[in-house]
Design a protein around this ligand. Structure first.
Ligand code: UTP
Length: 471
């Protein structure tokens, strides 16, 4: 609370923005609670709230977009393509060795579908080791640092809801072997949720419900926190963006980095071949000639179904949310305070009933607002989209059970490392669906790629249903 605080001024501001109801319980609050509420109100950008409320009035369903397929670098088939891949890989290795790459993790989300008590990155996921997602990511970075004899700073975006727990987790585990001075945490901004009438929602008498402003909030957060300035000081010109829940992420992929740098791309993306027309991944497409990730709900039905002559889906390029970004592009995006668009989602928001008691609704009762990082692709002049093999690069932990759950992530890890064993001539039994019968895990500090594993593993090893090797 600033020393010049005046309740009358606050009331006038709230009235101007149609939010006076947030002081409904003012008379019930003690000094500390009042301070808490005032401090929170101090941080809220009321012009943004007004703008978000205006989005709710626009109920017109948007027309499906007219699009054309985006150009993609497919997996190599010809000799020339394979040579181009080798060139890109060599260049990428050089860029990593030169210390030009920083890792950037977005970990500010709420992980509501998983329903884990704590930041999602603390979730134990190693199929044998039980290592957390954070540890798995950290060890990939550490092993790349050792292999390339360089420093790869790690920038981690958290949010108000999980920042303290995330930092404590890293401290408790001594940053998993990384130097703490090379790991930088910063928080993204929160935005208030709104009800149907565009009003903010109290979830306590002294607190307004807010949620993180989406992974697209990372551009602003990187600028405001000094992360971009830190990158500049360190000579970083490639940011490797990844999400906390992808257990198969290749954080420092020389191939991808090589293609990105070669093309002088401002922002690049990996892409996966969609499993079918209705798989819920965003699609890379050109809209009015400009690259975009188009959500499946914004596509025309005919486009969803359309196939090329070879039988592949015409719009089969799905986004696994893996990007490379130039720091200068972020500076340019943020110049003049340009913001990515906000997406609106109807959600269940805790609220206070007539008696002032917190209630959790059964049905959505309000709206949350998020920016998506891939919307920045629209502003790129140069961008590379590189095909990735799903089984090697993408298996997210989103839900408690079923598809994209801890169970499927552990299965996918075992299948992935099972291939390494097979490449080394070790027999691995598989079931009818091709899944490894048993569990396999290889820590990045033992080997960080199949080639390195095959070189290192001794010939007389066998698989007895559970296999684990670590640094
Ligand atoms: P998701 O869209 O899967 O959201 O985030 P979530 O919050 O993890 O999970 P649900 O939807 O509540 O179940 C994809 C990635 O983007 C990050 C997440 O931490 C995750 O790495 N993210 C998401 C942020 O960093 N900030 C946000 O505001 C939203």
């Amino acid at each position: 609370m600033s020393s010049e605080f005046s309740i009358d001024k606050l009331k006038a501001t709230l009235e101007k923005y149609h939010q006076s109801h947030v002081l409904r319980y003012w008379g019930d609050l003690d000094n500390e609670e009042r301070k808490r509420l005032i401090d929170q109100l101090d941080d809220i950008d009321f012009n943004l709230v007004l703008y978000l409320a205006s989005l709710l009035k626009n109920t017109k369903k948007s027309e499906p977009l007219k699009m054309s397929p985006a150009p993609v670098i497919d997996l190599p088939e010809t000799k020339e393509e394979k040579a181009a891949f080798e060139n890109a890989r060599t260049l990428g290795e050089e860029v990593i060795r030169a210390g030009r790459v920083g890792a950037f993790l977005v970990a500010g989300g709420q992980g509501s579908r998983l329903g884990f008590d704590g930041p999602k990155g603390c979730y134990p996921i190693g199929p044998v080791s039980g290592k957390s997602l954070f540890q798995m990511h950290a060890e990939k970075i550490l092993s790349a640092q050792r292999r390339c004899k360089t420093v790869i700073p790690w920038y981690i975006m958290t949010s108000e809801t999980n920042d303290g727990d995330t930092r404590r987790f890293f401290e408790r585990y001594h940053y998993f072997g990384l130097k703490s001075s090379d790991v930088m945490f910063f928080k993204q901004r929160m935005v208030p949720a709104l009800n149907e009438d565009g009003q903010m929602i109290l979830d306590r008498k002294d607190h307004i419900f807010t949620s993180p402003n989406g992974h697209g909030g990372s551009l602003q957060a990187m600028m405001e926190s000094g992360a971009i300035a830190n990158m500049k000081e360190r000579g970083i010109d490639v940011i490797s963006y990844f999400q906390v829940d992808n257990v198969l992420i290749q954080i420092l992929d020389p191939l991808f980095i090589g293609f990105h740098v070669q093309a002088n791309a401002e922002m690049s993306s990996k892409m996966l071949r969609k499993r079918g027309p209705y798989e819920k991944l965003g699609h890379f497409g050109l809209v009015n000639g400009q690259l975009q990730v188009v959500e499946y709900s914004d596509m025309q039905e005919a486009d969803m179904q359309a196939r090329n002559q070879d039988g592949r889906l015409k719009y089969g390029a799905g986004s696994p949310a893996i990007h490379l970004i130039q720091p200068d592009f972020i500076v340019q995006e943020m110049e003049g305070g340009i913001q990515l668009p906000y997406h609106v989602a109807r959600k269940k928001i805790p609220y206070l009933n007539q008696a002032g008691k917190q209630m959790i609704p059964d049905r959505p009762n309000g709206y949350k607002f998020e920016m998506f990082v891939f919307d920045a692709l629209r502003d790129t002049r140069n961008s590379v989209i590189l095909e990735a093999v799903r089984e090697h690069e993408f298996s997210p932990v989103k839900n408690k059970t079923g598809q994209d759950s801890p169970e499927t992530a552990r299965r996918d890890l075992s299948n992935y490392f099972g291939e390494w064993l097979e490449a080394a001539g070790i027999e691995v039994p598989r079931d009818k669906s091709g899944n490894v019968r048993g569990v396999v895990e290889i820590g990045p500090l033992f080997a960080d790629c199949q080639e390195a594993f095959v070189k290192k593993i001794s010939q007389d090893v066998t698989f007895d249903g559970s296999f684990y090797l670590d640094g």
